[in-house]
Design a protein around this ligand. Structure first.
Ligand SMILES: [Zn+2]
Length: 302
């Protein structure tokens, strides 16, 4: 088996898949949010206001893409699920329309995913820890391809942004869901510019970015860069910006961590497969404790 993230597209595009503006409960206008992200070096932003279809084509520039989006939720008094939907060109007519979430019934979380999936959307399950969801509450939900493993706004606001353990639990059950780091920004302050995806694709277009997200051709980060993520036969390889630790997380056996000597930094590491791994993914952690997460590479024989 041979795979190299750098070879699935010609460019890296940096983006935030989850944000709010004055259209819902955010504090900045859509145009100001776009300018904020563009000025900070981001290439794209999904504007995902609560229960409102967003198609902000007029805010796009030559080198900046605004993805169509919205965030749906269910009534908090029956426990909450939040799901971001990323739309495509078919959303042009829907801009500004309210989205009606399903609000009652036995399996309302699944109903929400089904309802958003029916809107020609790529769906992302959001911040399960902030939502106070146990793993059992999400284990059987189907129909989402993306899963927030790091929600910066939740982490910044009340330390509920990290959901990597839930992600691994899904992966160990054979679910092929890709992990995302996002901002869920409601302002241009501390809840923004802290979690992003780096998408590998030829073109900075809605179709190009959505196709790469569906295929898992991206990594997530709150700091470090992953320059290459590859498998060649039994060797899994990562190259990254200087970090203190590189962790290969596998199912199963137990993976392996590599640590830099004191005062030194690592910029690459290799994991040699022992056989039987269902997947291997990598986490690169820098001197400030910030992480970059690759998506898993799946192996068929497990
Ligand atoms: Zn949100």
């Amino acid at each position: 088996m041979k795979f190299a993230l750098s070879e699935v597209g010609r460019h890296w595009w940096k983006g935030n898949l989850h944000s709010h503006t004055t259209i819902s409960d955010g504090r900045a206008e859509p145009a100001a949010m776009v300018e904020h992200y563009r000025d900070a070096g981001w290439n794209f932003l999904a504007i995902t206001d609560h229960r409102t279809f967003g198609f902000h084509e007029s805010l796009q520039g030559d080198a900046f893409l605004v993805l169509p989006g919205l965030e749906g939720d269910i009534n908090p008094d029956v426990g909450t699920h939040h799901v971001v939907a990323l739309g495509d060109a078919s959303w042009r007519e829907k801009h500004g329309r309210p989205y009606q979430s399903p609000q009652a019934g036995e399996n309302v979380g699944q109903a929400l995913l089904d309802s958003l999936g029916a809107e020609q959307a790529l769906t992302m399950y959001c911040h399960p820890v902030w939502s106070r969801r146990e793993f059992a509450d999400i284990e059987n939900l189907q129909g989402f391809s993306l899963f927030e493993i790091y929600n910066h706004g939740c982490e910044y606001g009340n330390r509920t942004g990290l959901a990597v353990l839930y992600w691994d639990s899904l992966l160990r059950r054979g679910r092929k869901v890709w992990g995302t780091a996002v901002d869920d920004s409601h302002s241009m302050e501390g809840d923004s510019l802290g979690g992003w995806v780096m998408v590998r694709s030829d073109h900075l277009t809605t179709d190009g970015v959505l196709a790469a997200l569906r295929a898992g051709h991206f990594y997530s980060s709150a700091g470090p860069e992953i320059l290459e993520w590859a498998v060649d036969g039994d060797e899994v390889y990562v190259q990254c910006s200087p970090v203190c630790s590189i962790h290969f997380v596998a199912w199963e056996p137990h993976g392996r961590s590599v640590h830099a000597e004191p005062g030194q930094r690592l910029t690459e590491a290799v994991y040699r497969r022992r056989g039987g791994e269902g997947f291997v993914r990598v986490e690169c952690v820098d001197s400030k404790g910030r992480t970059a997460w690759s998506n898993p590479i799946f192996f068929a024989e497990a």
